[in-house]
Write a protein that binds this ligand. Structure first.
Ligand code: ARG
Length: 229
């Protein structure tokens, strides 16, 4: 298996949508970085394979897994029942959840119910987009990336964004998105997994790598680097 068997170390092509800081994003020189990137490299190191990252749109990751043009995807992808019908997931490696963001001067949106009939921006193909569909009367605008959805909110063109809480909070703190705040409770509890094609032989290798780095302090170090905790 793997697209890059060389007789020596196996190489896995791993897809990611790199506009989701602090998980996967591009630095000033275009280099991939973030929690997921460090994690994937550490998993590979401990399980004995190398990684070739490939940037793809988020809604292109599952089709690429199914078409076998990539071997795995690490992209803060929530393990869901629906996705599990078409791809396999590793054991969970991160707990997150969806948050509502509004402009700082907004007083009337405080929870899920108060989103009714509002304009909501989301990233295409995400659990945030699915959640927005459940809001009665919502006018949903879909974007290729989370930063574009948040920018739309900052510009005042929508009333709210539904997105993964750690990413929205990080953007407010670090990405010049002052004027935006997170309100209310998390709407969901979600767990991220690394996805592969159904019945991929690489999944066992990936799970083995996750087990190892959870047990030997590597995961904790990477967590601390990106979440400062
Ligand atoms: N956790 C959400 C989901 O699985 C959003 C993930 C978006 N990831 C990204 N790299 N843009 O749908």
């Amino acid at each position: 298996g793997g697209t890059g068997d060389t007789g020596g170390t196996k190489t896995l092509t791993v897809g990611t949508e790199p506009a989701f800081a602090p998980f996967e994003f591009k630095g000033t020189n275009g280099e991939l970085q973030g929690f997921s990137i460090d994690l994937m490299n550490a998993i590979a190191k401990s399980a004995g394979f190398t990684v070739n990252f490939q940037s793809l749109p988020f809604d292109g990751l599952i089709p690429a897994l199914q078409g076998k043009t990539i071997d795995a995807a690490i992209s803060s992808m929530t393990i869901t029942k629906e996705r599990s019908q078409t791809v396999d997931f590793s054991r969970p490696y991160f707990k997150a959840g969806l948050a509502i963001a509004v402009r700082s001067d907004n007083q009337d949106i405080t929870n899920f119910v108060s989103l009714e009939n509002k304009r909501i921006a989301v990233q295409i193909g995400t659990t945030g987009a699915e959640e927005a569909k459940k809001v009665a009367g919502a006018k949903i605008s879909s974007f290729d990336s989370a930063p574009l959805a948040l920018q739309e909110l900052k510009n005042g063109n929508v009333d709210a964004v539904i997105n993964d809480a750690p990413v929205t909070l990080y953007a407010i703190k670090n990405a010049n998105l002052s004027g935006i705040k997170v309100v209310g409770q998390l709407l969901t509890e979600e767990f991220y997994g690394i996805a592969t094609a159904k019945n991929s032989p690489n999944l066992a290798l990936i799970n083995q790598g996750i087990e190892t780095i959870l047990g030997d302090n590597t995961y904790a170090q990477i967590y601390k680097k990106w979440f400062n905790a």
